[in-house]
Structures are given as structure tokens and as C-alpha cells.
Design a protein around this ligand. Structure first.
Ligand code: B12
Length: 252
């Protein structure tokens, strides 16, 4: 299936190029995991029993495709260049969220041509607005696919940094799981020499042992209202300060 995984990676890379926003997005990173990786069962304990196994979303699931679309330096630096909401971060957030279903469709069509099934999951807003519980984590899927490790800001830090967004597709095709173990890049985890993400959060939602997701969500909603009112964006519940301030948010 080497030929299939190569064609798939080319499809995702070309689809991001075809968005034709080199001012916002860079070449994506792509990784595969086995649908039977025991980490998926572990997530039912780490996250909760509501988190689905790949096989609970697609019968005969064999592999999971995880991909990361990294933002440009200008986008990643946006949130720390403004006091409140960052327009360029909001625009990149809105635009890539709109493009993920297009990219997922192209990948699904390729796999269907080879006779395989797929199940896609939207990039965001797949959570219960009351308890913010989500049935499928693109973030943990990316970790299982070896694309990165979770930093103190709870964001996945890839070889191109944490500034960007993830999506994933479940399939009945066999795609060789990533064997490489991602490098630890978070300075808090390495030697406690950095806590910029904790310090910058405007609502103190982030700490070593606490992530107040409701306080964070409230700020995202406020910023979205600002961006809709002032900048004609439509769906941009985005802040990004805990990413933007991070020394490894943007890696060339
Ligand atoms: C619900 C949600 C939110 C909620 C709640 C976040 C939360 N902590 O649960 C709110 C609204 C607060 C939020 C805020 C933000 N979000 Co949000 N959010 C999501 C969403 C929809 C579901 C995430 C979720 O609930 N997962 C369940 C939680 C409990 O588990 P988890 O995500 O898997 O992660 C934890 C565990 O896995 C755990 N873990 C512990 N041990 C182990 C061991 C293993 C082996 C593994 C695999 C995992 C693991 O560590 C993780 C971190 O706590 C995802 C999209 C998706 N479907 O994945 C985006 C997502 C996580 N958000 C994202 C972003 C960028 C943001 C914001 C920066 C807003 C913005 N866009 O500007 C802020 C950052 C807040 C922060 N620092 O965490 C990105 C993350 C990108 C990255 N580099 O990692 C995602 C992946 C969206 C995307 N498609 O890219 N978000």
C-alpha cells in the first residue's frame, strides 16, 4: 500500500496548496496510526467513556490518518501582537475549518477509488456546549500518530510547532503506522524553564494542573463577537495567545 499512502500524502499537500493562501498556511504534516493501537482504548480512561474508538465510528476500521496544517509565522505571531482578538489568527482559523471538509472529501474519494471506506470528523465544534465533552480528539489522534507531543498549554507541538490545526480520517485501508516517537519540545516539561502560556492567558485558565475550559470558552466567545462585529469574520471563536507566546509555536 506504499503507493496509496504516497498518493494520499500528495493529495493532502496539493489540497492545502490549492487553498492558495500561502500568507496563512504551510505544507501539512501527515501521520498514520493503527485503529487497534491500545492508546485509543486508554483515551476512554484519560478523556472519558464517551470518547469513541476508531472501530466505533467506522466498522472494520484499520487505520487513522492524522494531518496538521501549520500556520505561517505572521499568523502564529498574531495573537501576541494584539491586546484582544487577533484578526489574522481568526481568519486562518475560519478559513482552514472551512477547507478541512474539502480536504477530507478528496482523501475519501481517493480511498473509495481503491475500494476502502472512510469516516471523517469535523475539525471543531464536535463537543457538547454544556460540558465541552468531545467524542473524538484530533489532538490525541495526532499524538498516537507520532505527529507531536502535548505541551504545558495542552497543545500538540509538532516538528513545525503548535501553531496550526489538526484533522483526522478513519479508514478500512491499511496504512503503515508511524514508528517514530515525537521529540519533547515543551520547556515546562523538559526542565520547568518556561511558563509563558500560563502567564499570558487573559482569564488565567491555564496552569500546571488546571485547564479551566469554561473560562477559556467564554473568552473565545467574546473574541468571536468582536471579530464578527469589527472584522466581518463569521466563525472565529479563537484566541491563540497560549500558543502564540510559546517559544516552539512556530518552527521553520
Ligand atoms: C472542546 C475543544 C476545546 C474546548 C475545551 C478544550 C479542552 N481542554 O478540552 C475549548 C473551547 C476551551 C478549546 C479551546 C482551545 N482550543 Co480547542 N478544541 C476542542 C475540541 C473540539 C475537542 C477537544 C477535546 O475536548 N478533547 C478531549 C480532551 C479532554 O482530550 P484531548 O483533546 O485528547 O487532550 C487531552 C488528553 O488527550 C490528554 N492526554 C493525557 N495523556 C495522554 C496520553 C496519550 C497517549 C494521549 C494520546 C493523550 C493524553 O492530554 C490532552 C490535553 O489535556 C478539539 C477538536 C477535536 N475534535 O479534537 C479542539 C482543539 C483541541 N482546539 C484547538 C485549539 C487551537 C484551541 C485554542 C487555542 C482556541 C483557538 N483556536 O484559538 C484554545 C486553547 C485552549 C487550551 N490551551 O487547551 C486545536 C489544538 C491544536 C494543537 N496544536 O494542539 C484543536 C485540536 C482543534 C483543531 N482541529 O486543530 N478547545
Amino acid at each position: 500500500m506504499e503507493q496509496l499512502s504516497t498518493r494520499m500524502k500528495q493529495t493532502i499537500i496539493k489540497a492545502v496548496q490549492d487553498i492558495n493562501r500561502p500568507d496563512l498556511f504551510r505544507e501539512p504534516l501527515i501521520g498514520f496510526s493503527s485503529a487497534n493501537d491500545p492508546s485509543y482504548q486508554e483515551l476512554k480512561t484519560i478523556i472519558g467513556p464517551w470518547h469513541r474508538l476508531p472501530g466505533e465510528l467506522l466498522d472494520e476500521a484499520v487505520s487513522v490518518i492524522s494531518y496538521f496544517v501549520p500556520f505561517t509565522r505572521a499568523v502564529v505571531m498574531g495573537p501576541t501582537s494584539t491586546v484582544d482578538a487577533s484578526y489574522v489568527w481568526g481568519e486562518a482559523y475560519q478559513e482552514i475549518n472551512r477547507q478541512f471538509p474539502v480536504i477530507d472529501q478528496l482523501v475519501s474519494e481517493l480511498l473509495h477509488d481503491y475500494g476502502f471506506q472512510t469516516q471523517t470528523v469535523p475539525p471543531s465544534h464536535t463537543y457538547d456546549p454544556v460540558d465541552l465533552q468531545c467524542y473524538w480528539s484530533h489532538r490525541s489522534t495526532a499524538v498516537i500518530a507520532g505527529l507531536g507531543r502535548i505541551g504545558a498549554n495542552r497543545m500538540v507541538i509538532t516538528d513545525k510547532g503548535s501553531g496550526g490545526r489538526f484533522c483526522s480520517i478513519i479508514t478500512t485501508a491499511h496504512l503503515e503506522p508511524n514508528q517514530t516517537v515525537a521529540k519533547e519540545r515543551c520547556l515546562w516539561h523538559i526542565n520547568r524553564s518556561c511558563q509563558k502560556c500560563f502567564d499570558i492567558c487573559p482569564v488565567n485558565a491555564l496552569g500546571p494542573d488546571v485547564m479551566d475550559k469554561f473560562a477559556c470558552q467564554d473568552l473565545l466567545n467574546k473574541y468571536e463577537a468582536d471579530l464578527i462585529r469589527t472584522a466581518a469574520l463569521e466563525s472565529a471563536d479563537a484566541c491563540g495567545k497560549c500558543i502564540s507566546v510559546c517559544p516552539v509555536a512556530y518552527i521553520e
